[in-house]
Ligand binder design. Structure first.
Ligand code: DGP
Length: 118
């Protein structure tokens, strides 16, 4: 199965605008267009991996880089000390909307419980 590109591939190639915060050979980070918290950044592998279900051992360096970049950006945003949340949604039940694996970095205020209360 060939994975279909999403808007995130165009952002990675800088073909469409986004507030880019970081880019290297493996990952790109930019501000979420619909922020759910004062800091809401998306960190994505440059390679198109649709969901966590398609991650392989070849991707371990890129997956680790998501975390080191999250740590650096949290410091840069001034939210490291108070704390933040990292989220990776997968498929329908996870609430994934864009099928290019991405890590959400959320913070800047208390984020409440892990899941919305019913
Ligand atoms: P998820 O539900 O985990 O697939 O989150 C997708 C996120 O992507 C959502 O918070 C909104 C964000 N998003 C969607 N389209 C764009 C876009 O074109 N630009 C930016 N910066 N963010 C986008």
């Amino acid at each position: 199965m060939t994975a279909e590109e999403t808007i995130f591939s165009k952002i990675i190639r800088q073909e469409i605008p986004a507030t880019l915060l970081y880019q290297d050979d493996l990952v790109t980070a930019f501000r979420d267009i619909q922020p759910k918290a004062p800091t809401h950044i998306l960190i994505v592998p440059n390679k198109l991996i649709p969901t966590v279900n398609q991650v392989t051992s070849d991707d371990e360096l890129a997956m680790g880089r998501l975390f080191t970049v999250a740590r650096k950006l949290a410091e840069q945003e001034g939210i490291a000390e108070d704390g933040y949340r990292l989220i990776v949604n997968c498929n329908r039940h996870g609430g994934q909307e864009v099928y290019h694996l991405h890590m959400h970095l959320l913070g800047g205020e208390p984020l409440g419980g892990l899941l919305p209360q019913a």
